[in-house]
Design a binder for this molecule. Structure first.
Ligand SMILES: CCCCC/C=C/C(=O)SCCNC(=O)CCNC(=O)[C@H](O)C(C)(C)COP(=O)(O)OP(=O)(O)OC[C@H]1O[C@@H](n2cnc3c(N)ncnc32)[C@H](O)[C@@H]1OP(=O)(O)O
Ligand SMILES: NC(=O)C1=CN([C@@H]2O[C@H](COP(=O)(O)OP(=O)(O)OC[C@H]3O[C@@H](n4cnc5c(N)ncnc54)[C@H](OP(=O)(O)O)[C@@H]3O)[C@@H](O)[C@H]2O)C=CC1
Length: 253
């Protein structure tokens, strides 16, 4: 448990703040004293987060894939202590059924648009010795049947995180990779029985809660882990050790 007020005076930008992990992260950062700016496409979901967070949270409807709007918004924030790139997602499909446009849409959201967010925030983060936390998937480098596009994009973000950690030593960058977090979003993609089977295959036999992800993001935001940069931290009950997630019924498709 982090001490009360540990993030007082800090400013954070959280993408995908209107639901699931992004909402939990935003609420925890505000609870610890940070001023949080939340973005996402659906203003009504962001407004719900705002009503739960109270003072300390403001929001803007924004599609991170709209480069011009996102770049201008992020640069306009000025000094930034923490950027949480949580907006992301994909559709589940066998690799053989992913069209070039489908691949490009997922690669854009989870890699290229996310990279643009980091680039747009670079100066504001550097001014304050800031930190970046990129939400990823556990063990994308091992391959995830059903998520060829997303695994490729998330492995790309892990490589970008390592590269930027070398090139921008004034900014700490992390990838945080949950295994299964039982959010509404994941529930729309996978039926409960399949989620239960994936969770049962993990060494710890458990899912990861939104509160656990939020606590990790907040902790990374405090500077407690400033001896680290560029790392992929797997918060997944050991799922990545055994490649527990296979989202297609058949491994081969
Ligand atoms: C159990 C643990 C492991 C799971 C861990 C992961 C958990 C999570 O990520 S939780 C979050 C869950 N929510 C989501 O992931 C939903 C997010 N998805 C989206 O927002 C969208 O699917 C998108 C952004 C990825 C794509 O949106 P958009 O650009 O609007 O896409 P279009 O509808 O224009 O389609 C573009 C292209 O993609 C093809 N496509 C779309 N859906 C499918 C599908 N289900 N199967 C195959 N192909 C699909 C679509 O057909 C288009 O291609 P063309 O037909 O060639 O034009
Ligand atoms: N739940 C899980 O088991 C796991 C989740 N993850 C990752 O964690 C992150 C959060 O997932 P989770 O909370 O479960 O799912 P959600 O679907 O609830 O969260 C995704 C968020 O991203 C926002 N978003 C999507 N596309 C865009 C866009 N183009 N511009 C701005 N915001 C966008 C959505 O808001 P809106 O639609 O309003 O734009 C939504 O708030 C995702 O990156 C996900 O892939 C990783 C591993 C496991």
């Amino acid at each position: 448990m982090l001490p009360d007020g540990v993030l007082r005076g800090k400013t954070a930008l959280v993408s995908g703040a209107g639901s699931g992990i992004g909402r939990a992260v935003s609420l925890r950062l505000v609870e610890l004293g940070a001023s949080v700016v939340g973005v996402g496409r659906r203003a009504e979901r962001l407004a719900e987060t705002a009503s739960l967070a109270g003072e300390g949270f403001r929001y803007q409807a924004l599609d991170i894939r709209d480069r011009a709007a996102a770049g201008a918004f992020v640069a306009g924030l000025g000094g930034l202590d923490l950027l949480v790139n949580n907006a992301g997602g994909q559709f589940i499909a066998p690799a053989s059924a992913i069209s070039p446009r489908g691949f490009a849409a997922v690669a854009d959201l989870n890699l290229t648009a996310t990279a643009s967010m980091i680039q747009a925030a670079r100066e504001g983060l550097a001014e304050r010795g800031g930190r970046v936390v990129n939400l990823s998937l556990s063990a994308p480098e091992r391959g995830i049947p059903g998520l060829a596009h997303s695994a490729a994009a998330r492995a790309g973000i892990a490589a970008l995180t390592r590269t930027l950690a070398r090139q921008w030593p004034g900014i700490r960058l992390f990838c945080l990779a949950p295994g299964t977090v039982l959010t509404e979003g994941v529930g729309e993609e996978l039926p409960p029985e399949q989620l239960a089977r994936i969770v049962a295959k993990t060494p710890l036999g458990r899912d990861t809660s939104t509160a656990e992800v939020a606590e990790w993001v907040a902790a990374l935001g405090t500077g407690i882990a400033d001896a680290v940069s560029g790392s992929l931290i797997e918060l997944d009950g050991g799922s990545g050790l055994v490649a527990a997630a296979s989202l297609n019924e058949s491994e081969q498709a």
